[in-house]
Design a protein around this ligand. Structure first.
Ligand code: NAP
Length: 467
C-alpha cells in the first residue's frame, strides 16, 4: 500500500541484494482482515483433518523441491554458508512442516467426567489470527516453528519477518499457496519492526503474537499487548548459555561441543554456548583444544564457497556492535586467547573470526551481555557449587550444558541449571519432539513438539444435559 521499498545489503559482500517492500499500517490492516475472513469462513479451520494434512505435506515437499533456490535466498539475506542453508535450514523447515502436518489428524479432544445425565466436551479450539514476528538468524526454521503448529491447530497467520531476511518468508508463502493452502490463511507483510511489527503487535483483531527476537523488543511486545486488546504473547528471547566443564570430563568432546556450540552460524544463535565455565585445573588445556578444533573444522569463508562452515555477520551495524563489545571487554581487563577480529574486509562483507576471551569474572560485560557473534567467554570455577552459581547468575535461561564423567553429578547439575534445555556431554542436539524455549528473561512459551500446539489453542467446554 505504501509503494515504498528498502534496499537489502548483502552481508557476504556489502552489495545491494534486492528491493524489499516496506509495508505500512494499511498493509497490516489488510493482512489481518484477510486472515480474519479466512478464519471466520472456516475454509481452513473446518477442513477435514486429512485434507489439511495433505496440503501441509505437499507444502513440505515443495520446500524440498525448491531447496537450492531457498538456500541461495537465505544465504543472500543472512550471509550464512549456502551449504548450511541447504543442509540445515531448508531441511529443517521442510521437516517441521511435515511434523505438524502429521499432527493434523492425530489431535483429540477430551470428555470430562460427569454424572450419567450429562456430557461435557473439552474442546481444544484455535485462537483465530496469529501474528508471528521473527528474527534473521534462522529465518525459515523459526518461521516454520510457528507456522507448523499454528496452522495445524486451524489458525490463520500474519507473518512479519525480520527486515534483514524477507526473501524466504515470501517464497514460503508462495509455496504454501501452490500446495493448496487457501488464500488468507498465511499472509506475509515485509517491512520495519517499528512500523509493521508494532502495528501487528498492537492490532485489535490479532489474538496472539508469537515472537522470537531480543529480550528488549520482547518487553515492548508485552507492553503492546497489555495496552491494546490483551492478546496472548509467547516470547522466545535472548540467551547467554553456560557450558560447564568439570576436570574429569572428556576434554576433546567438550572442546568440540564448545567450539561448534558457540561459533556455528557465526555465533548468531540464541542458545549458543557463549559462556564456558571451566574447572580451574583444565582451563588452559581446554582452550588449547578449542583452538585446534576451530582451526581444523570451522572454516570461515565466503558463504558461496562450499567449504565454508561459517560466513558473514548479518549487517554492518551488527559487525560494529560485536567489535565494540570485544573492545569494551578488553578495556575491562579481559584477555584475548585468539581471534575475535574483523577479517576478509577486502570482500566488503562483515566477517569476524571465532574468538576466545578470558573474562576477569562472571560479572564482566563479556560474561553478561548477549554478543550474538562468534565470541566465547571463558570463566574458571572451583567446585560444583560455584559452577552452578555462575551458570545461573544471568538474566537469561535458554540453554546450558554440563560435561563430566560422573553421572550423579551430571544429573544433579542439569537439574540445578535454570534453563529450558540442558545437555549432558553434548550440545545443541534436538529434534521436533522436544520443546524449545526459555526461563527467566529468555521468555516463555515453547516452540516445537506436540506442546507447541497448545500455545495456539484454547480450551472450550461444551456441556450437554440429557433428559
Ligand atoms: P529483534 O531486533 O528483537 O527483532 C526481532 C523481530 O522483531 C524482527 O522482525 C524485528 O523487525 C521486529 N521488531 C523490532 N522492533 C519491533 C517493534 N518495536 N515492534 C514489533 N516488532 C519489532 O531481534 P533480532 O536482532 O532480529 O534477532 C536476534 C535476537 O533474537 C537475539 O537476541 C536472539 O537471542 C534472539 N533469538 C531468540 C531465539 C529463541 O528461540 N529464543 C531464536 C533466535 C533468535 P526488524 O527486523 O524490522 O527490526
Amino acid at each position: 500500500e505504501t509503494g515504498l521499498t528498502f534496499t537489502r545489503i548483502r552481508p557476504m559482500d556489502g552489495k545491494p541484494g534486492g528491493q524489499i517492500a516496506r509495508g505500512g499500517i494499511a498493509d497490516i490492516d489488510r493482512a489481518v482482515s484477510s486472515a480474519r475472513k479466512a478464519f471466520a469462513s472456516g475454509i481452513w479451520r473446518k477442513k477435514e483433518p486429512l485434507e489439511k494434512k495433505k496440503i501441509m505435506l505437499r507444502w513440505a515437499d515443495l520446500i524440498r523441491g525448491h531447496a537450492e533456490e531457498l538456500a541461495l535466498l537465505e544465504t543472500i539475506d543472512t550471509g550464512k554458508p549456502v551449504m548450511a542453508s541447504l543442509t540445515v535450514d531448508v531441511r529443517l523447515a521442510a521437516d517441521c512442516i511435515q511434523y505438524y502436518a502429521e499432527m493434523c489428524d492425530k489431535l483429540y479432544d477430551e470428555i470430562a467426567p460427569t454424572g450419567p445425565n450429562d456430557r461435557a466436551l473439552v474442546r481444544k479450539v484455535p485462537l483465530g489470527v496469529i501474528g508471528a514476528i521473527t528474527p534473521w538468524n534462522y529465518p525459515m526454521i523459526i518461521e516454520t516453528w510457528k507456522l507448523g503448529p499454528a496452522l495445524a491447530a486451524g489458525n490463520s497467520v500474519v507473518l512479519k519477518p525480520a527486515e534483514q531476511s524477507s526473501l524466504t518468508a515470501v517464497r514460503l508463502a508462495e509455496l504454501a499457496t501452490e500446495a493448496g493452502l487457501p488464500d488468507g490463511v498465511f499472509n506475509v507483510v515485509t517491512g520495519y519492526g517499528e512500523e509493521v511489527g508494532k502495528a501487528l503487535a498492537c492490532h485489535m483483531d490479532v489474538d496472539m503474537i508469537a515472537f522470537t527476537g531480543s529480550t528488549e523488543v520482547g518487553k515492548l511486545i508485552m507492553g503492546y499487548a497489555a495496552s491494546t486488546n490483551l492478546k496472548r504473547v509467547a516470547l522466545e528471547l535472548g540467551g547467554k548459555s553456560p557450558l560447564i566443564v568439570f576436570g574429569d570430563a572428556d576434554l576433546d568432546a567438550a572442546a568440540s561441543a564448545v567450539a561448534w556450540g558457540c561459533f556455528y552460524n557465526s555465533g548468531e544463535t540464541c542458545h549458543a554456548s557463549t559462556r564456558l565455565l571451566a574447572e580451574r585445573g583444565v582451563v588452559d588445556a581446554l582452550v588449547a583444544k578449542i583452538k585446534e578444533v576451530t582451526a581444523r573444522e570451522i572454516t570461515l569463508a565466503h558463504p558461496l564457497e562450499p567449504s565454508a562452515q561459517i560466513g558473514a555477520l548479518i549487517e554492518d551495524a551488527h559487525l560494529g556492535k560485536v567489535l565494540d563489545m570485544v573492545e569494551a571487554g578488553l578495556r575491562e581487563g579481559a584477555k584475548r586467547a585468539f581471534g575475535g577480529e574483523r577479517v576478509m574486509g577486502e570482500t566488503g562483507g562483515y566477517y569476524v573470526s571465532p574468538g576466545v576471551f578470558f573474562a576477569p569474572s562472571n560479572n564482566a560485560s563479556l560474561a553478561r551481555q548477549e554478543i550474538f557473534g562468534p565470541i566465547l567467554t571463558v570463566i574458571p570455577f572451583d567446585g560444583e557449587e560455584e559452577a552452578v552459581r555462575f551458570a545461573n547468575d544471568t538474566l537469561y535461561g535458554l540453554a546450558g550444558a554440563v560435561f563430566t564423567t560422573d553421572m550423579s553429578r551430571a544429573h544433579r547439575v542439569s537439574e540445578d541449571i535454570q534453563a529450558g534445555t540442558v545437555w549432558i556431554n553434548c550440545y545443541d542436539l534436538s529434534n521436533f519432539a522436544t520443546p524449545f524455549g526459555g526461563f527467566k528473561q529468555s521468555g516463555f512459551g515453547r516452540d516445537r513438539s506436540v506442546h507447541a500446539i497448545d500455545k495456539y489453542c484454547d480450551y472450550k467446554t461444551i456441556w450437554q444435559r440429557f433428559r
